[in-house]
Design a protein around this ligand. Sequence first.
Ligand code: ZN
Length: 321
Amino acid sequence: MKNINSKECSDSLTLKGLIAAKSRMSANHPSLAALSSKQSGIEAGIGGEQRVAEVLGRYKFPFRNNIFHDLSLSSDSYFQIDHLLKTPHYGVILETKNMAGSLEFRDNPPQLIQKREDGQIKYYESPVIQLERNIELFSAWLSERNIDFPLYGAVVLAYPKQHVEIPPADTKILFPNLVPPFVKSLPREGKGLDTSTFNWLSAELIRSHQTYIPKPVCESYQVPVTAIKPGVKCVSCGNIGMNKIPRSWHCPVCKVTNHLAHEQTLVEWFLVVKRTITNRECREFLGVDIHTAKRILLSMDLITCGTFRDRSYRMDFSKKR
Ligand SMILES: [Zn+2]
């Protein structure tokens, strides 16, 4: 496998949760603004990472390499790498930022200050810190596997109109098209990894990659469960409140019927409300009786926890939904 792109399983689950939560909240709920701003941040991040992935995908390096996007690993703690480019001689970790306006990297204390065109000023954790933390955690991950391999890093600014007012003192800042020349310019010393170790490492990275499951929106944003409108959502028109008919669901708005409509609604429960669901919660959320709820929960290939009386179910998001 040349590269993996797990973007669909991590940021897009967060995105899916935010969009689902918003669709089930009243238009004047005070938490809506926070959800929308998180949503646009994630969308921008995905856009930036795609731009970098495209540049790397198009470029033909004159040496063997593998590129991994959005890799989630754990050593001492869990960490996520936007892009990892691996050659037999070294690895390059790229941290992507996609922000408009002019940027100032402060080193002491480390901070990223964004001045937007509308005059707004925002403060962020410096991506230099995130990059250094990732390099440290990834070297620990490699040494647990007895691999001695130099690591380099850079922060990539993917937004087309980004302007850097003050760069950080010791970290490389690149625009996407400058990434390939930077990677090529790094020293290739010694023998490097032999082919079988190089291939083993690629397989090990893929094997160790973990799907990132975001916390349910209600937990992350302290939204009470009562603010989330229950009901099966119509897969055609988005109306919440399909009616149960024998062996199927019927939408009173667009008149469509769909016998699997409850599946996406339950995915929304796990992303928005709670990691687990009981038969009672399922009944209330879908608007069905105890037997239908049981049949639905058993049909969805969920992970069962607890015994008969306090049984609950969990979704395994590493399976494709
Ligand atoms: Zn409908």
